[in-house]
Design a protein around this ligand. Structure first.
Ligand code: HEM
Length: 490
């Protein structure tokens, strides 16, 4: 045993020596790292954005880290992020490898959208997905109509709680997810539908499992995946999601009529048909599943979390809630449903939604980027292949830019005359080549869902309950701790 222990220690030290960070000229500074773990002990994986912001105070806005043997550069603050995401957008447009998901076939031309390496396959898929989402209005029902319809179901579900305390998480998640279902599967589901609930539950679990110390280790040292242990669950849930999506895709194939695309899956089947025989294509059946899964996971939790923050801010700031009510009554009234065209006449409500995205800090560290070529940011050298973390949180809460960075203050988005004010450092959807693909959809959903709820209800903290906390929980998205709400009819 002693010999084995000694052998393993020498082996790890030797491996560490060989794989350890190389030093490049003008490479960003960073904390010291220890064998094997690198700088992992300097990180709080439950809220990485906070660790990054603290480290940036010590090492500057651009600093380097090592996670096991992966080299990372973390970008902080508005100026560094603007240079990287806007001016050097292509230089940082790549994504690192995620060995954790490669065992399912997520690699090369079949990597979906979110985890795909920068290149032709990703570009073709992104173009197709964007235009399919945009053209959705050409069907029988426009996207706006579908969201307005779902907002009606959302209101009814809130109303059925009869002003009693409840946690809004479940209902909001269902409504938001139904918009993606309607786009990808062609129909919405009842909120108690078993298959729908199973799918939602699996996506939520897989988001939780994708963050933290363990997934970082497995991505950095993939051979650990072959050992038994709790991490096997991380590998199992995405497989279950794929099985469920495959069932739905197979049902589509059986009833598919190429002349009438019902939804995203049908449109994708059409592309697979066109691309038959081509080895290079990104339009294959595996990628149909990965892309559908991406739209689901990227499109549900983010928007649902934002709406939960919005209601929480309304609970905690009744005076702001009253102002939103007053604007809705003045511009829309109580008899007709809110629609997108109302937005231009509602600067205050619009500012509240923007401030929710800023202060709620929904995807604080975005998704990891990777240097596509050697590049330079703020005078620092970043070699091709280094992982780049964009700490969006540090921009949304940049103390040199926002007047009250750590408070909920809708006036950040209003000028002295009360008109809506665009802000350059407002980048909750990131920016550049990898900017969120669903930004337009999310903005539509947020406006219609939020305004429809606010038109009908006053939100109150249940009697005899303490004020809900503002402290976030992190699992790719930063969401509020579960809280209870009373929705009183206006
Ligand atoms: C990527 C934020 C809603 C689909 C991202 C990224 C952020 C983000 C920060 C990472 C960008 C980067 O890597 O630099 C948000 C927020 C949302 C939202 C705050 C809601 C409030 C949606 C919706 C969809 C969606 C509704 C689905 C239609 C995607 C996809 C990507 C992405 C596919 C990957 C893009 C790529 O790598 O090319 N989002 N998102 N998102 N988002 Fe969203």
């Amino acid at each position: 045993v002693t010999f084995l222990g000694l052998f393993l220690t020498v082996f790890v030290l030797l491996l560490d020596f060989l794989k350890r960070r190389k030093t490049w000229n003008r490479y960003p500074p960073g904390p010291s790292s220890i064998p094997f773990l690198g700088s992992m002990l300097q990180m709080d994986f439950r809220q990485p954005q906070v660790s990054f912001t603290q480290l940036s105070k010590k090492f500057g806005n651009i600093f380097s880290l090592q996670i096991c043997w992966r080299n990372l550069v973390v970008l902080n603050g508005f100026e560094a992020m603007k240079e990287a995401l806007i001016n050097k957008s292509e230089d940082i447009a790549d994504r690192p490898r995620f060995p954790l998901y490669e065992h399912m076939g997520i690699c090369g031309n079949s990597a979906g959208l979110v985890l795909a390496r920068y290149g032709r396959a990703w570009k073709d898929l992104r173009r197709f997905s964007l235009s399919t989402l945009r053209n959705f209005g050409m069907g029988k029902k426009s996207l706006e109509e579908r969201i307005i319809e779902e907002a009606g179901f959302l209101n009814s579900a809130f109303e059925s709680e009869e002003s009693q305390p409840f946690d809004p998480h479940f209902i909001i998640n269902n409504a938001v997810s139904n918009v993606i279902c309607s786009i990808t599967f062609g129909n919405r589901f009842e909120y108690n539908d078993k298959r729908f609930q199973k799918l939602l539950h699996m996506f939520e679990e897989s988001m939780k499992l994708a963050t933290g110390f363990l997934p970082q280790m497995l991505n950095a040292v993939p051979s650990l995946m072959h050992l038994p242990g709790p991490h096997q669950k991380i590998l199992e849930i995405p497989k279950q999601i794929m099985r469920c999506l495959k069932e739905i895709a197979d049902e589509h194939k059986e009833s598919w009529d190429p002349a009438h695309n019902r939804d995203f899956i049908d449109a994708f089947l059409g592309e697979i048909e066109k691309a038959k025989g081509s080895q290079e294509t990104t339009f294959n059946e595996l990628n149909l599943l990965f892309t559908t899964s991406d739209l689901f996971s990227a499109g549900t939790e983010t928007t649902s979390t934002t709406l939960r923050w919005a209601l929480l801010f309304m609970l905690l700031h009744p005076e702001i809630q009253s102002k939103v009510h007053a604007e809705i009554d003045r511009v829309i009234g109580r008899d007709r449903r809110p629609e997108l065209g109302d937005q231009v006449n509602m600067p205050f409500t619009n500012a509240v939604i923007h401030e929710t995205l800023r202060c709620g800090d929904i995807v604080p560290i975005a998704l990891p980027h990777m240097a596509y070529r050697d590049t330079e940011i703020q005078g620092f050298f970043i070699p091709k292949g280094v992982v780049i973390i964009t700490n969006l949180s540090s921009v949304l809460k940049d103390e040199t830019y926002w007047e009250k960075p750590h408070q909920f203050y809708p006036e950040h988005f209003l000028n002295a005359e009360g008109q809506f004010l665009k802000r350059e450092a407002f980048i909750p959807f990131s920016a550049g080549r990898r900017v969120c693909l669903g930004e337009q959809l999310a903005r539509m959903e947020l406006f219609i869902f939020f305004t429809t709820l606010m038109q009908r209800f006053t939100f109150l903290i249940p009697e005899n309950q303490p004020k809900p906390q503002l402290k976030p929980c992190f699992a790719v998205t930063s969401s509020p701790h579960p809280y209870q709400i009373c929705a009183k009819l206006r």
